[in-house]
Design a protein around this ligand. Structure first.
Ligand code: ZN
Length: 375
């Protein structure tokens, strides 16, 4: 029930409907508010079916504990490949480990396999424990809230997570395994096209099955798989379109910057005076200390912070590239965090800025000219 961070979701700025509940292995864990509704609902169903509210809630927490471990599996292997996981978010339909970028080939393959591998290990441990305790398989009772002992239920949960995620519905784990394997023979672009088509085909089958079986969660998963596969393919096409170009060709060079000590009022003046949506924040030494987005600025202003400094509300995570960085690599970094502008830094400090918007413009202009504007 989980995919490695393919979702094109904004970085955490302002209110995002998810609550941080802690962090594990250095990865912040967040819970979407709709998850809390699921928790209450499940507790209620449990109480109605003769169990207790608390037992229902506890079971769901254990289930999602397995989901978190699955996501940490992705995050741990991603780290070995130098990829940071900005967060793990739990939704009612599963978890997502949001990776800063998704590498290709063998790295993608191993990162994708790591999640299901965790569930395989958990299932094996539970099974061994149950065997040692001579516990007997209670059989399926096909109830939403099962009366079977919790260890058996968790064994079933981990086996379902294992097999469900391995369905080759790109961008789910199994689909990533498929894309990565195909890319060895067919190249990344062709592999992505094939994997996306298969993913969308399977999503349609999921949806039909979900409607027939009245499974609302599966219907939601089908929707996200369908949209996710389309997005991945669009990104891959963009990447192919800019092959051979560098960051220099896509960067904006005329823009305003802020200083960390500037007030938000000053930032608001610049927002009104320019077309800019994002402002690099440059310190006294000419280093980029962060970026301030329109959304973060407006949300801080609406909570009455016009005298606060830019330093307090800016995004301190900076994605820096050099002017000669290949543009397809820049796009990969943007995909990991679409709302965070990329700053182009050279020997003389900040040289330019790239956002998803001006990337789109570059591709549109290139299409009409038949070649990139500056080539
Ligand atoms: Zn996964």
């Amino acid at each position: 029930m989980s995919e490695s961070g393919q979702e094109a979701q904004p970085a955490r700025r302002g209110w995002t409907w998810s609550i941080r509940v802690g962090s594990l292995l250095g990865v912040p864990i967040r819970v979407h508010v709709t998850f809390l509704i699921l928790l209450l609902w499940f507790g209620n169903v449990s109480a109605q079916q003769g169990g207790s509210f608390l037992a229902g809630v506890a079971f769901l927490l254990l289930l999602f504990g397995c989901v978190v471990l699955h996501e940490l599996g992705h995050a741990t292997v991603a780290r070995r490949y130098g990829v940071k996981t900005s967060e793990i978010v739990l939704y009612p339909i599963g978890g997502i480990a949001r990776l800063d970028r998704i590498p290709s080939g063998k790295a993608e393959l191993l990162i994708a396999l790591a999640g299901p591998a965790v569930n395989l290990v958990l299932a094996a441990l539970l099974w061994t424990g149950l065997r040692l305790a001579n516990a007997r398989w209670p059989g399926f009772d096909n109830q939403l809230v099962s009366a079977a002992p919790i260890a058996w239920q968790l064994l079933a949960v981990n086996l379902s997570l294992l097999f469900f995620n391995l369905i080759p519905a790109f961008p789910m784990d199994g689909g990533r395994v498929l894309r990565a394997s195909l890319s060895i023979f067919l190249g990344q672009t062709r592999a992505t096209t094939i994997a996306s088509r298969i993913g969308q085909g399977l999503a349609v089958l999921f949806a039909v099955f979900a409607l027939l079986q009245r499974q609302p969660f599966l219907l939601l998963i089908a929707f996200f798989v369908f949209v996710g596969a389309g997005q991945e393919e669009a990104f891959q096409r963009g990447r192919a379109a800019v092959r051979g170009l560098t960051a220099r060709e896509a960067m904006v060079t005329r823009f305003e910057t802020l200083a960390p000590q500037d007030s938000l009022e000053r930032a608001a003046e610049l927002l009104l005076a320019t077309h800019q949506q994002d402002f690099p924040v440059v310190d006294l030494w000419g280093r980029v200390a962060g970026t301030l987005s329109r959304a973060a600025l407006l949300s801080a202003l609406s909570s009455g912070g016009r005298d606060r400094s830019v330093l307090e509300v800016m995004d301190r995570e900076v994605t820096e590239v050099g002017a000669e960085t290949p543009l397809d690599e820049v796009l990969t970094r943007l995909q990991g965090n679409p709302q965070r502008p990329i700053v182009v830094v050279g020997e003389r400090g900040l040289e330019g800025m790239i956002t998803l918007d001006n990337f789109g413009e570059l591709i549109e202009v290139s299409k009409r000219l038949g070649h990139p504007p500056s080539a």
